[in-house]
Design a protein around this ligand. Structure first.
Ligand SMILES: [Zn+2]
Ligand SMILES: [Zn+2]
Ligand SMILES: [Zn+2]
Ligand SMILES: [Zn+2]
Length: 288
């Protein structure tokens, strides 16, 4: 149609056709196309829907045989759910980091396609969500000490746990009554050594992940160190604020974190060139 139209415009330019003739012809051509589209409306809709679903399909549901699909909960997190819902309520969890991408590789045991979590520099392959959930169900929690939050009163203990999402943590054995937890890396074998932290009476941990073993140490000390390293005490600790931006903010009267927290995002955006109100809101969220 485009080439036809171009040829027609040439003709108009050369005086071989009139504008009226060309528009009438184009209109007829479009009407014909629309009639065809309209006639196969359902077929086209079906086709689009199928291709969209193919991007989200992992494989057969072990409970009912319908397709398992990547879905999104109302709160925004991703999970695997059955296309037979609400008749079938089978679900599998997905990691909370990143956006799932379904890969071509398929798990031979479950006939499910592997999932990769896209999260910028933290992108990782999650693998088969059924395998991950099964691994977590099979692995026993390894108790390493007393829970600092509820141990004395209720006898809660800290254990290394593997979650069905594939992540690991040190958590209280009384979960969900006690939700005390410390983060652990997703990958690598965790060795529980004989050395104990004097302050927290917990064993020092070493993570083996191919290269040099990582001496994570006492999980509480490790987490406290991590928190203090990432603590936001100054405007320049916020991501995206370098020296230049800090100076511009200062010129607009924003010198401390408190100034930033109390500022009206729209006002800051008006006064500081190159900074949007949304950006200010992000910084405020980080500063909290
Ligand atoms: Zn199902
Ligand atoms: Zn599997
Ligand atoms: Zn506890
Ligand atoms: Zn410690």
């Amino acid at each position: 149609m485009t080439s036809q139209l171009e040829a027609d415009m040439q003709k108009i330019a050369k005086g071989e056709a009139t504008l009226d003739e060309v528009t009438t012809e184009s209109r007829e051509m479009l009407e014909k196309v629309f009639a065809e589209l309209e006639a196969s409306r359902e077929e086209i809709g079906d086709h689009i829907q199928k291709s969209l679903k193919a991007d989200k399909t992992l494989g057969p549901c072990p409970e009912c045989g319908n397709d398992l699909l990547v879905r999104r909960s109302r709160r925004g997190s991703y999970f695997v759910g059955c296309d037979g819902y609400p008749d079938c309520t089978y679900t599998l969890p997905l990691p909370s980091t990143g956006k799932p991408l379904i890969m071509d590789e398929t798990c031979e045991d479950h006939d499910l396609r592997n999932v990769k979590m896209l999260a910028g520099r933290q992108t990782f392959v999650h693998g088969c969500p059924q395998c991950k959930a099964d691994e977590a169900d099979e692995e026993e929690d390894e108790v390493i000490g007393v829970c600092p939050e509820c141990g004395e009163e209720h006898g809660g203990e800290l254990a290394i746990k593997r979650l069905r999402t594939g992540s690991r943590l040190v958590g209280c054995t009384r979960y969900p009554e006690c939700d005390y937890s410390l983060p652990l890396p997703r990958r690598g074998e965790i060795e529980v050594t004989e050395t104990r932290c004097e302050e927290h009476d917990l064993p020092e941990l070493v993570v083996h992940n191919g290269d040099e073993p990582w001496e994570l140490g006492c999980p509480i000390c490790n987490y406290e160190e991590y928190k203090s390293r990432n603590e936001v005490t100054d405007i320049e600790d916020l991501s995206g604020i370098g020296k230049k931006t800090a100076e511009k903010l200062k010129a607009a009267g924003i010198e401390s974190l408190d100034d930033l927290k109390n500022a009206t995002p729209e006002d800051v955006a008006d006064q500081v060139q190159g900074v949007s109100a949304d950006r200010v809101r992000e910084w405020q969220a980080q500063a909290d």
